[in-house]
Design a protein around this ligand. Sequence first.
Ligand SMILES: [Zn+2]
Length: 257
Amino acid sequence: MATACPIDRAAVTDPSPMSSWREQRNERSRLRLTKALPPVFPAVVLRHALARPLVPPQPRLAVESYWRTHPIRADRLARALAVRSGTPKDWAWTVRTPSRADPAPFRSPPAPYRDLAHARGPGHCCVCGQPVYRLGWHRDLWGDGRPNARAKWHACCVAAWKTWVAPAAQIALLRKVQRRRCALTGARLLRDAEVDHRVPLFAVWRDHRGRPWPELLAFWGFSNLQAINRAAHRTKCAAEAGERASSRTTAGGSPPT
Ligand SMILES: [Zn+2]
């Protein structure tokens, strides 16, 4: 994953036509990046940075750009790190009572290490609970032997968290992964296609909340996301609303607590 660098200029792709403004800007950015690079830097991140249409001028921005551009990897890695931490002792997933301002509090992914009661302190990620090293990296590539005490997030966990709380932003990627076919009907995805949770989040709360925490996160990740046409989405939502109503009746109308 890591390599000693100087920058390999051969790795720079040269998408053309590139404006002279962009060329000048990228030349300056490459120089700044070269100067600022630590002796060891993840090779995949460097290759990614140098191939960007706009080269990030700082190592940290290069790392952020890498995970932002690879949200599926970020999602997988963040959940793998969460497995390493495990569910904190005495923790259970709870949500606020639904209100007008927040009618579906179960939509937020459970994050025990963001709670003060379970936070692991300086240098640990508030999403997965694992140590955070230089540049928000998840491994100690530099042999520091201790995490970066000022860091609270892994760069990969930032990208994963953004997907989990705002999955609609991944519509373009899902379209591509699904070869522009609606995951429900198989029809061609239209411009109005929307992102949907295969297992709806209310059902995650209702049926799966007793599962170990790292497993729960999968319901917010790409394995539970799909792009579907708006009409199919409406039909699915209507069926789910009916199912919720009947399960409330059966359960005596108990809200989440
Ligand atoms: Zn993390």
